[in-house]
Write a protein that binds this ligand. Structure first.
Ligand SMILES: [Zn+2]
Ligand SMILES: [Zn+2]
Length: 303
């Protein structure tokens, strides 16, 4: 076989159509592929660059780096659960993608500690409410027995109710007792979106708002909320996302041009949990290069 010569890079590679997917989930959060399986699936899907963005954790990073094949580049990231005022006296839920931030930075560490404590406090409140109503729940034992490596949450109380014979399944526990807004539910402990944008920036990362106009997660962000986040350092918005309509995408592109921020496109792949395919939506090379140039937390890993 003839020597293929030096590996192509830069503009010549761009002509070949680099495929970039900047939003994926592994078993480190709610995906069904392990980080290594996800990397293999990304290679099979013909991706040249992918970002691993599990919900509120970087625990999949090391395995993904270890599995990276030659020629593929990995952008390490996370998707932070956030809230912001909805402008009507309530709050809306936002997801913030953070790329290439330093997970060891004090800004990230302090917020992770606060969230961990807040999640424990919230679980205790729900357990105490059930105990007060006579259900066989011991909040002290429940909290003492929590695994150290998983964030405290409703599934722990649900599993307790299954073992105590109150319900026959975790699903039933959620439906009867733990549904959002129900009698025993205690509000979420997410990070304020402004704080989250500053946190990612302080950690040398690049914050991009995930699926800003996707319905099905409650009210969506207004243009004003997005503009405010840009003043805090938001670098971009995810315009091409499977849950966005054509008009949503156009509106986001217009807004991004107005606010002078970048747009990305990503599958938000979750493995078998959702029907989307890896690389179903992609980001252009220019946007990806801008993200890389802006970051000072951790580098892009080349396989
Ligand atoms: Zn999301
Ligand atoms: Zn996601």
């Amino acid at each position: 076989m003839a020597d293929p010569g030096p590996r192509r890079s830069g503009p010549s590679r761009r002509l070949l159509g680099v495929r970039i997917d900047l939003h994926t989930h592994s078993t480190a959060s709610d995906g069904t592929d392990s980080p290594a399986e996800l990397i293999a699936a990304a290679a099979a899907a013909g991706l040249d660059v992918m970002a691993l963005t599990d919900h509120d954790t970087t625990s999949g990073w090391a395995q993904a780096v270890g599995a990276l094949p030659a020629g593929m580049r990995l952008i390490r990231g996370a998707e932070f659960s956030c809230t912001a005022p909805d402008g009507r006296g309530g709050n809306l839920s936002l997801h913030l993608l953070g790329y290439l931030f330093d997970p060891e930075s004090p800004a990230i560490g302090a917020e992770q500690t606060r969230l961990r404590e807040e999640r424990r406090r919230r679980l205790r409140v729900m357990a105490e409410r059930m105990a007060a109503d006579g259900y066989p729940v011991d909040p002290e034992v429940l909290l003492a027995d929590l695994p150290a490596d998983a964030p405290a949450g409703r599934p722990h109380l649900a599993r307790w109710l299954v073992s105590a014979g109150v319900v026959s399944s975790v699903d039933e526990a959620f439906q009867r007792f733990l549904a959002t807004g129900g009698r025993y539910y205690a509000g979420r402990a997410d990070t304020d979106a402004h704080t989250a944008v500053r946190m990612v920036r302080h950690a040398g990362g690049v914050p991009v708002l995930a699926h800003p106009f996707a319905p099905g997660r409650g009210p969506v962000a207004s243009e004003d909320v997005i503009a405010e986040l840009v003043t805090e350092g938001l670098a971009g918005v995810e315009a091409d996302h499977p849950d966005h309509t054509g008009p949503d995408r156009e509106r986001l592109r217009g807004l991004a041009a107005e606010l002078d921020v970048l747009t990305t496109g990503s599958s938000d792949y979750h493995g078998h949990n959702k029907a989307v395919r890896l690389g179903q939506e992609t980001t252009c090379t220019e946007a990806c290069e801008r993200i890389e140039a802006m970051a000072s937390g951790v580098g892009v890993v080349a396989g």
